[in-house]
Each structure stands twice: as C-alpha cells, then as structure tokens.
Ligand binder design. Structure first.
Ligand SMILES: CCCCCCCCCCCC(=O)O
Length: 277
C-alpha cells in the first residue's frame, strides 16, 4: 500500500533527523502502537506543517523508526489542524486517505477575516493509480507539483473523492451557507460550464434546508462517488445526491483548483495524490 508523504523539510537541529519526505501518519502510528494517535499539522500562514507534530513527538520521549515511510493501514490516527484544533481521521470508512488539510477563511463585510471551517480532502490510492498511472506514473511527485493538467485530470476523472468540512465558526446560519455556496460553486459552474447552470446550482444549494443547524463542530461531507455523483451529508445524514460531472469538478476546484481557498493545502493535496502513483 502506498504511503502518505508530505513535502516539507524539517528544522535543522532537531534530533533525530528524518529523511525527507517523511510519513506524518506513520509517526503517530509508531508512537501509539495499535491505539489512536493524533498528529498536529499546522496550517497557519507561516506553515511549518509537520514541525509542530514532530516537535511534540520528539519531546514525548518516544523513540521513532528511521525508515522513510509506512503504510496507513494500521490507522486510528488523526491529524490535527493546529490553528483550529480540529482533527481529521487519516482514513475514512470508504478507505479514502487524507491527502491534505486546510482552512477556509472568509471576510465579513470586507473587514474581518474569520475562520469558517477546516477541511480535509480524501482519495483512495488504488483509484488514483487506476485513473492516473498510465499518463503520470513515470513522473515523480515533485515533477508533478504545480502541473495544471495533472490537477485537471484529478478533477475531471471519475475518481471517488471526499471533501470533509468541519465548521469552526460558531454562528453560521444555513442561509449564509447557501449564499456562500452560491458564490463559490456558482463561479466554478460558470467557469467550467458556462452561464446556463442556475438550475443545477439551485438543486445543490437547496439541499441545505432551513431547518438544518450547523453549530461549531458540524461535519459536512461532499463526496464524489462513482459515476460523478455528488453525495452531500451533514453529521452522517445524507441530505442529497446529484449526478453531475460539472458539479463534482466545481466542488473539487474550490480545494484543489487554480484558485483554491488555501494554496498550501492545494500543494499538499497535489503532492500526496502524486505520491500514490
Ligand atoms: C459568515 C461567513 C459565512 C460563510 C459560510 C460558508 C459555509 C460553507 C460554504 C462552503 C463553500 C465555501 O467555502 O465557499
């Protein structure tokens, strides 16, 4: 099974030194043995990413393996988004693996930037191989970094993927969620499909019905299933399912595309997906 790799170098005088790239989740798993572990990953603007995670591991006094990568199969490991404290399972029940995490900020009234939700993007390494190996298998992850065609193929192909959003902002109204989706998904539908997509956008946003509450901690899954079907669930309850290649691509573009909400998360996703090939 392929391993999860993060494209970061580590601070110099930290003993012990690890070869780059290292497997964030394997660190957690190695410490925890069979039990659950949490790996902190910073996604603040200066982003030392795994530095925090590894620092806390080093200071815990555990001795760590020096091999470069491990399988995620021995899971039970979560990754902590350190700015918000939100944790993401490294593997979903669907067996999709975490490829990257990020933070969605939004300015309110053009003034204050608030942290609205943290997100994680998941995909299955076998699906990635099946769809992208022929074309990209001969390239290394760093060669594929920033390759627009590669990301376009990831977004266009019938590859099951999940975006997990976990709400940070405690006063979110369902109306503001609908209107944020109208703006962000609406602009992508227009970008990829032209102007005649109002009905599709309305079908999608109307899944977020008035009676739904989204307190801090609520989890929304936007999952592209086989056949370009977008399933939406909130706290484990399915709220809708729409078959549309254009809609699936538009959702993924928010997190992996050219104008992704969180550029660092996009790079992380790109690198980890490429390392599955
Ligand atoms: C007060 C800010 C309200 C913002 C609500 C955003 C909630 C989810 C929207 C998801 C899509 C997006 O991030 O644009």
């Amino acid at each position: 099974m392929a391993s999860m790799r993060f494209p970061f170098s580590f601070p110099q005088p930290q003993p012990p030194q690890f070869p780059r790239p290292f497997t964030a989740f394997a660190v957690g798993a190695a410490i925890a043995g069979a039990s659950a572990a949490v790996v902190a990953v910073s996604s603040s603007s200066d982003r030392p990413f795994l530095r925090n995670a590894l620092n806390s591991v080093f200071s815990s006094g555990h001795s760590l393996p020096l091999w470069g990568s491990l399988s995620l199969a021995d899971s039970g490991v979560s990754v902590l988004e350190s700015k918000t404290g939100i944790s993401f399972p490294s593997v979903l029940a669907s067996s999709q693996k975490l490829c990257g995490i990020g933070l969605r900020k939004k300015s309110v009234l053009g003034l204050k930037n608030i942290d609205v939700y943290a997100f994680g993007v998941y995909a299955d390494d076998d699906d990635i191989k099946t769809h992208l190996s022929d074309k990209y298998g001969k390239f290394s992850a760093s060669e594929l970094q920033g390759n627009k065609e590669f990301i376009d193929d990831l977004m266009d192909n019938d590859i099951p993927m999940t975006v997990r959003l976990q709400i940070v902002y405690g006063r979110l109204s369902i109306r503001s969620v609908r209107s944020a989706f109208e703006e962000s998904v609406g602009s992508r539908l227009q970008k990829f499909g032209g102007s005649d997509n109002k009905e599709l956008l309305q079908r999608f946003t109307s899944q977020f019905r008035d009676e739904i509450k989204l307190p801090r901690g609520s989890v929304i899954h936007l999952s592209r299933e086989k056949g370009h079907v977008l399933n939406t669930s909130i706290d484990g309850q399915e709220v809708g399912s729409i078959k549309s290649k254009l809609l699936c691509k538009s959702i993924l573009d928010l997190y992996c595309g050219e104008e992704a909400f969180d550029k660092q998360a996009k790079e992380e996703i790109e690198h980890n997906v490429a390392s599955y090939l």
